[in-house]
Design a protein around this ligand. Sequence first.
Ligand code: GLN
Length: 488
Amino acid sequence: MELNQLTIKQANEGLKKKEFSSVDLTKACFEQIKKVDDKVKSFISLTENYALDKARKVDEVGNFSNPLSGIPVGIKDIYCTKGIKTTAASKILENYVPPFSATAVEKLEEQGAVMVGKNNLDEFAMGSSTENSGFFPTKNPWDLQRVPGGSSGGSAAAVASDQCFYSLGTDTGCSIRLPAAFCGVTGLKVTYGRVSRYGVMSYASSFDTMGPIARTVEDVALVMKTIAGQDLKDSTTPNIVVPDYSKGLDQEIKGLKIGLPKEYFAEGVDEEMKKVVEQAIKKLESLGAKIVEISLPLTKYAIPTYYILVKSEASTNLERYDGIRYGLSAQANSLMEKYLETRGAGFGPEVKRSIMMGTYTLSAGYYDAYYNKAAQVRTLIKQEFQKAFEQVDCMVTPSTPFTAFKIGEKVDDPLQMYLADILSCPINIAGVPALSVPCGFVKPKDGENEMPVGMQIIGKQFDEQTILRVGHQYQQATDWHKRKPGLK
Ligand code: GLN
């Protein structure tokens, strides 16, 4: 196996035993990047010198007690990185260099992480395919004709094609789990507030969550230990102890009650994919889990509720890109003209759509009918999850309604694109954590290559541990997560 294909855990063991250095790992990643990223297009910018400098320093100190020390990581280009261009994949921030780093990035840096570059995404994380990037689409390493999912598509594709060991993504409605599922890697959407949002450009502040994408659940747990926790710069991060997420992963799942919400297996979910997930559920059953069917009848309201609320929040969050404070600044003769020219030229179609939709749902006369109503339904959906969790320890569903679709297939039909989030956005409405793990493959009707399928494991608020344990036990019993894409 090549160095850049190791897991974080394996690489850490090798570093400790001095079998190789952090510089070796970093060079192996850049070799791979040079070999494949022309095809995959998972990075907006690369930080080779910065990474090699960092790796050298880490090697000099030689302290690998934190498992992330010396390990190359990709960062979604929506996390501010001090002195390093951060674009949110938007032309409006094409040359923006932030004067500070996001808390999650800072925490990784402090532990000796080696950032190799900034990953592509849908502009301001709005999308499910990475086709909404203001620069270029990322390709799926399993089939270069297909999307990697979004919005953290660059992050997932980079990990899947061994260009870095893990990456940080964000998940507002699907954006870690969906690309992780489409690219055959493991991704965790954390409980809202578990990881600081400070320094990550906002999409919808009451939904945005930050989390890792990696090759194994074990690696996800290692990253979580470092990035989770209270941050005084983000008042939505409560003072709840950060557990050692790696501990307890080995505990068997015998007797654990797993709920299958029947609405997540209903019509509209690809039949072949459903079979794959059902096999995975059988596997969990054979490991001793108790499977019970449950019902979440409000699921059908999730998409409209989600999109009304996030677009409302987005429309206010994006007001700050005014051509005056930072980023693109168009030439103009008046203030109004400056706003119009800058925002007209800087934002792409989905961002403009979001601003228009959100401004509409927040406007006088429509606010009660749309925003308020959706906020009420949000509470009901939350309560429905809470109630269901009185019966079960976690839930299992497919991560997505279908496998990776072809580039161009949905991008001109926003509603079709929004529907990709049907199985993931309810979890963000409820604010609970969910993990996506690879659980098999299907061969799509319109293609030659087999595409990965993701299984979603949903947990109780702040109970990432249980879903990580289920995911890890599953990965111990299967090898789907070890398969490598053909890059064709
Ligand atoms: N596709 C969803 C949206 O555009 C979710 C994106 C995300 O999770 N950032 O809102």
